[in-house]
Design a protein. Structure first.
Length: 292
């Protein structure tokens, strides 16, 4: 159950949003901070952060247990209780601290606005893993239909920076897990993407972790693996003296190159080169072949 106990918020969380969303997110005089029961609140389904640092949450929980939550979370009313728009770390830490309620501001956001705030708020805090950041940019592109230029402008990131993160989504699933678990760095993941044979990325990623390869060492390996080795040419089977003599005699007869090949079963073929239609007719006459 929610109890209204104070008015206004000051800048706080809204100061973070204002640069990306403009004046529409600034606190209005009518808004109040409301104490809401934790069991009435559900996480944001569009939360880009998949992992939360346990130690950091414990430290925040200890601070909340001692001094309470200084910055209210942002929620919206849903069919059953409330959904978090921003502030899931404070929500989780309050649960760890055995708190029953948390200060919150209730906003009337639709699905699109909720998604936008959740993604951009987390991107501004810059504590996502590289893969989570890449997925957040992908959400902005595909679900909110922003362009890379618009994302760049809102977040103050260069377009190449955003493009490099989006490329991480092309990694195979097993390598993505290593990146998400922080066993691979952003630099290592980007280097792995340079491997031409994509089927070898997972194996090389595992080797990178196992051997603790640096980015430079990995770059060298990728360059070596990308070098196309020419397939060894099959050595032509040596022709018997009989076939060689036959080629020479036929070549002399037809006045052109003749090639005779033979397989293991003793079957073969004779190839007679000709340079033009007239040359072909000449050879046919020598063979006594009349096409009239």
């Amino acid at each position: 159950m929610a109890n209204k106990n104070s008015k206004g918020l000051g800048k706080g969380l809204d100061a973070i949003f204002s640069s990306a969303f403009g004046a529409e997110t600034e606190t209005t005089p009518e808004e109040t901070v409301t104490e809401i029961n934790l069991d009435e609140i559900r996480p944001n389904p569009y939360q880009p952060r998949k992992t939360f640092d346990d130690e950091a949450l414990k430290e925040l929980a200890a601070s909340i247990e001692e001094s309470g939550v200084f910055q209210p979370i942002l929620v919206r009313k849903s069919v059953n209780g409330y959904e978090i728009i921003a502030g899931e770390r404070r929500f989780r830490a309050s649960q760890l601290a055995k708190k029953e309620t948390i200060p919150a501001i209730v906003r009337d956001f639709d699905e699109q606005k909720m998604m936008e705030v959740a993604v951009l708020e987390n991107l501004q805090r810059e504590d996502l893993t590289p893969l989570e950041e890449a997925e957040a940019y992908d959400t902005l592109l595909k679900k909110l239909h922003l362009t890379q230029a618009e994302i760049s402008e809102r977040l103050g990131k260069s377009r190449p920076y955003i493009a490099n993160y989006l490329r991480l989504l092309g990694l195979p699933a097993a390598t993505k897990k290593l990146l998400q678990a922080k066993k691979l760095s952003m630099g290592q993941a980007r280097t792995l993407l340079g491997l031409k044979d994509k089927q070898k990325i997972n194996r090389l990623a595992e080797r990178t972790v196992k051997d603790n390869l640096t980015v430079r060492q990995l770059e060298q390996l990728v360059n070596e693996m990308n070098q196309v080795k020419p397939k060894p040419k099959k050595k032509a089977k040596a022709k018997s003296p009989y076939l060689q003599a036959s080629e020479h005699q036929l070549g002399d007869k037809f006045g052109t190159k003749v090639n005779i090949s033979e397989n293991k079963q003793g079957k073969g073929k004779i190839e007679i080169d000709y340079l033009s239609t007239d040359d072909l007719n000449r050879i046919l006459e020598l063979l006594d072949v009349n096409l009239d």
